[in-house]
Design a protein. Structure first.
Lengths: 371, 98
């Protein structure tokens, strides 16, 4: 019988949640790497039992862990992330030049076809790739060396490269997003990049045509239509129908268009999910009600999904990498909160139930659909 | 024989219990001890010293013989008691943060 494996990164370790296709009874494994911040755990689509985890600590730095048995056992692999050449500077919060400094890996994106290839998005913003299962890492430095790079300024969470989208139709094309620089696209496997932020409007940036400086929180794509992108920006939910060449706002009737994650239904490319958050100064749901909003029209028209979610006194946040969908016939949707809950819906969001309630603050959620 | 005490997270990572015992060359210094430690336990590379600059990570401290050696030059000899193995070299996660 098919099943799912939910990979959860938290402030104090990683957890692996498994269930059969009914997604009612869950087994919880963890904490793995107890006490460490686990920014992201993601599996190789090419070898589903191969998992990569970003393990980090303010004391002891960055580690990458790899499992080849679905998360039962782990081995540390390479953790040397050296910028290519002389790294130079980006802009600091006060506007002064600041040296590029590696802090941590925010996001790991395994290749869809090669179990030994995985990309890593890091802070300070750069893209690395390993072709040997994580043993060694090499920067794709053209991104950091983009003509605008010296002007990139960190968001409140750091100058982090948090989103990596690989075009399933064209292995040379990929999208990345950086807070607070914006979205970038490569059409040559990362050898060159261009900013794809036309149409984004950001309060505080006086130039309405600013090429960079936008605080993109997350981008999502449906694999059947890789030219259609959905974006949760700091404020505003956006959509592009031309691979990022232009964006238009699709916030529509959302109660607030601030938020972090955005994701697309596994079988319905026009069905998307966001979790509205009150504001950039109050990182919790409006009115104390945890509501996922679903649009079946690719944006603009949104409906609140509340069945099974707390509708009073709820003041958690849902971070940018903490939502995922499975690909079972009835699409499962998952998200984790800073309060340590991981919620699952086995019916595309119509109803929700917590898998676990009391984990450490959740940083990331990924899900695998298993045969 | 040099004795090294690691903080709990690094003992878990290195899969060691208790103290680590290391052979170093003629002179026991922070550098020779940490080189030997990382050679025996490669998973610890980067966790005590930055892999590029080889400088002590900011929230890691070194102690021995009731002394804070964190700001000693890495090639300074460690105390004789450490070199003789009668006192351990302590790698400590600084008490900061939550």
């Amino acid at each position: 019988m098919s099943g799912v494996r939910v990979l959860v990164g938290t402030r104090k370790g990683a957890f692996v949640l498994t269930a059969d296709g009914k997604r009612k009874d869950w087994n919880v494994s963890g904490p793995h790497f107890a006490g460490w911040e686990i920014y992201h755990v993601k599996a190789s689509p090419a070898e589903p039992n191969r998992l990569f985890a970003s393990q980090t600590s303010g004391w002891f730095g960055q580690l990458i862990q790899r499992s080849d048995d679905g998360g039962k056992t782990w081995e540390p692999v390479g953790n040397k992330f050296a910028y290519d050449g002389i790294a130079g500077t980006h802009q600091w919060y006060d506007g002064t030049p600041h040296p590029w400094e590696f802090a941590r890996v925010w996001h790991l994106e395994p290749s869809p076809t090669d179990p030994d290839t995985v990309w890593a998005g890091v802070e300070d913003a750069a893209l690395f790739r390993s072709k040997d299962g994580g043993q060694t890492w090499h920067e794709l430095s053209a991104l950091r060396e983009h003509k605008t790079g010296a002007g990139w300024q960190p968001g409140a969470g750091g100058l982090c490269l948090h989103t990596i989208l690989l075009d399933p139709r064209d292995s040379e094309r990929m999208f990345i997003a950086i807070s607070a620089a914006g979205a970038f696209r490569s059409d040559d496997g990362g050898q060159s990049w261009r900013a794809v932020n036309r149409g984004l409007k950001s309060e505080g940036i006086p130039d309405p045509d600013a090429e960079v400086g936008h605080c993109v929180h997350r981008i999502a794509m449906h694999p059947s239509r890789p030219d259609v992108l959905f974006m949760q920006k700091h404020w505003d939910v956006m959509r592009s129908d031309d691979a990022g060449e232009s964006w238009r706002e699709v916030s529509g009737n959302l109660p607030t268009d601030f938020g972090f994650p955005i994701d697309v239904h596994a079988h319905e490319p026009e069905t998307i999910y966001v979790v509205p958050i009150k504001s950039d100064s109050e990182h919790f749901p409006p009115d104390g009600k945890l509501r996922v909003y679903r649009s079946r029209t690719g944006g603009d028209q949104w409906e609140a999904l509340t069945n099974g979610l707390p509708q009073q006194n709820c003041y958690v946040n849902v971070l940018r990498d903490a939502m995922a969908v499975d690909s079972l016939d009835s699409c499962g949707v998952y998200f984790g909160t800073t309060g340590g809950q991981v919620y699952a819906s086995a019916d595309s969001g119509d109803s929700w139930a917590p898998i676990v309630r009391d984990l450490p603050a959740v940083l990331s959620v990924e899900v695998q659909t298993l045969p | 024989m040099i004795r090294v005490q690691l903080p709990a997270h690094l003992r878990t990572l290195g899969r060691v219990e208790g103290e680590v015992q290391l052979h170093v060359g003629d002179t026991a210094t922070q550098r020779t001890v940490l080189d030997a430690l990382e050679a025996s336990y490669p998973m610890l590379r980067g966790t005590i010293r930055d892999q590029l600059t080889m400088r002590r990570r900011p929230f890691v401290r070194f102690f021995a013989c009731q002394q804070d050696l964190s700001h000693e030059a890495p090639d300074n000899p460690l105390p004789d008691e450490v070199a003789r193995g009668t006192e351990p070299f302590l790698v400590v996660g600084a008490m900061a943060g939550g």
